[in-house]
Design a protein around this ligand. Structure first.
Ligand SMILES: Nc1ncnc2c1ncn2[C@@H]1O[C@H](COP(=O)(O)OP(=O)(O)O)[C@@H](O)[C@H]1O
Ligand SMILES: O=P(O)(O)OC[C@H](O)CO
Length: 511
């Protein structure tokens, strides 16, 4: 019987498992949501044991749906929500606390004090990141400082820290492996993206003992096998990458200058910059896209915190749509937003502003404003944020002599919205191209795993599998785009620096 690849996609709101065949087509999939905990305003936690339970559950379910046994799986690839931190006891495998999620803002004051002490430039130069609570490092420090006895245990080497890839690999191998890959490591604020190793100076600044850290491995190699009895047969685990990097790989953005944008809860736009770690002049992130063998490939990233979550707010907060998919018809029922601009800064603003105190703002309301105008303004708000990030990115890479972007590849739940994709093309002025398979995150993890075991031969074979579903051509002039961006810029000014409190998210806004 021919073999298949099993991708485990551990996301922020659900665990997914997808079985792919040699053509890169989806054979079967399973998905399960898990609990989101909001213990205080600005705090977001996950139960790591629940995540493990849902992940192994959907893996078994996907295999059953495909009519396969574990022995039919050539390799497993893992991809995951990034930055989220779990610390567990090496002896028992028990987490010492719930996982602190990437959206959690509790360490904003720690970031402020590191900034005040003049350390921002050091973090930025070594990690390619900005000093923000989004990343793992300050969350690890918080756990060591707040869980009774944790620091002593950590110093004795009794604790293990990991992002979700580490946690899953540890559990899949029955506690044998404590590893991560370079793409996940590059999101921690502890990893030097130039040397490709944990950095002692950064560890000292955050007071984190090296003993808690996982070993950093390539994104595509055979790390080990699933434990006896877990899935029915021992299966090689052969690929690991953070979800946005995996999506970049799954979109076959394998060459310098190719870029993808994923429309999920947030939006994450990544551009492959090959072996050059481009330093942004616009507060974009420089990150590891993947490590193949010893070679690091880098990307520039613009992280927009609120995208699809805006549509959830229209549904759950305002109640003007019943399902996320309904937003398209409502927004299409009007020709334009009637002068309404919506800046969806519900969770502060990410790139290029990094303003935790910004808040959602709606401007231009008149007595004629309807739910349809607001829906359309919400979709425009998503596309405007992406356009700003893309403009910043283009400036960063053009100063390095790279040619302008010729297309933007898109994926994720929101990319199914044809109107939003057209609005996106209209505001960025380049074609927006949607592939047939929009499960590119899982596909990227599958590719990384499959390459390691020879299931696929090389990048060329993968690039050849990418197939277009639809291209959205821009229908605007440069003048129109400039005018819209200028108006958007004025709206953002009004959203910035609004909230006075220390924390930047409310529990509800973080959903
Ligand atoms: N037709 C649509 N138009 C715009 N956004 C949508 C549409 N359908 C779903 N979404 C949004 O996409 C997100 C779900 O996409 P998904 O890729 O599953 O995200 P995640 O992995 O972040 O959970 C939700 O925030 C949802 O509101
Ligand atoms: O789980 P997602 O798809 O919302 O992605 C989350 C990102 O990895 C956060 O950096």
């Amino acid at each position: 019987m021919s073999k298949f690849i099993l991708a485990l996609d551990q996301g922020t709101t659900s665990s997914r498992a997808i079985v792919f065949d040699r053509a890169g087509a989806v054979v079967a999939a399973a998905q399960k949501e898990f609990t989101q905990f909001f213990p205080q305003p600005g705090w977001v936690e996950h139960d790591a044991q629940e995540i493990w339970g849902t992940q192994v559950g959907v893996a078994q379910e996907a295999l059953t749906r495909a009519g396969l046994r574990a022995a039919d799986v050539a390799a497993i690839g893992i991809t995951n929500q990034r930055e989220t931190v779990v610390i567990w006891e090496r002896a028992s495998g028990r987490p010492i606390h719930r996982a602190i999620v990437w959206q959690d803002r509790r360490t904003a004051p720690l970031c402020d004090s590191l900034r005040a002490a003049g350390h921002e430039a050091t973090f930025q130069a070594k990690t390619g990141l900005v000093l923000d609570a989004y990343f793992s490092g300050t969350k690890v420090a918080w756990l060591l400082d707040h869980v009774p006895g944790a620091r002593q245990q950590a110093e004795r080497g009794e604790l293990a820290f990991g992002t979700m890839d580490s946690w899953l690999t540890y559990n899949l191998t029955g506690g044998e492996l404590h590893i991560t890959d370079a793409s996940n490591a590059s999101r921690t604020l502890l990893f030097n993206i130039h040397t490709g190793d944990w950095d002692d100076e950064l560890l000292a600044l955050l007071n984190i003992p090296r003993a808690v850290l996982p070993q950093v491995r390539a994104s595509s190699e055979v790390y080990g096998e699933t434990a006896e009895g877990l899935l029915g047969a021992r299966v090689p685990i052969a690929g690991i990458a953070g979800d946005q990097q995996a999506a970049t790989f799954g979109q076959a953005c394998l060459k310098r200058g190719m870029a993808k944008n994923t429309y999920g809860t947030g939006c994450f736009l990544l551009m492959n910059t090959a072996q050059e770690a481009v330093t942004s002049q616009h507060r974009l992130l420089t990150t590891v896209a993947w490590r193949l063998g010893q070679q690091l490939t880098y990307a520039l990233e613009g992280s927009v915190f609120t995208a699809g979550a805006t549509v959830q707010w229209l549904r759950d907060g305002l109640g003007i749509i019943r399902e996320s998919g309904d937003v398209e018809a409502l927004a299409a029922s009007v020709e334009n937003s009637g002068g309404v601009t919506l800046v969806p800064a519900f969770a502060g603003l990410g790139a290029p502003y990094w303003d935790p105190h910004a808040r959602g703002t709606m401007l231009g309301l008149t007595r004629g404003t309807t739910a349809a105008h607001i829906a359309r303004a919400a979709l425009e708000g998503v596309t405007m944020q992406v356009a700003e990030v893309l403009a910043a990115m283009e400036q960063d890479v053009s100063s390095q002599g790279s040619p302008a972007l010729t297309e933007l590849r898109v994926d994720g739940g929101g990319s199914r919205n044809d109107l939003m994709m057209q609005l996106q093309a209209d505001i960025v002025g380049v074609p927006v191209v949607r592939p047939k398979i929009t499960e590119t995150t899982a596909l990227g993890a599958a590719y990384l795993a499959g390459l390691a075991v020879g299931y696929w031969q090389d990048a060329g074979e993968i690039a050849a599998q990418w197939q277009e579903d639809r291209t959205f051509e821009p229908r605007t002039t440069a003048d129109e785009r400039g005018h819209r961006m200028e108006r958007w810029g004025r709206a953002v000014l009004r959203a910035k620096d609004w909230a006075q409190e220390d924390v930047s998210l409310t529990g509800k806004g973080a959903e």
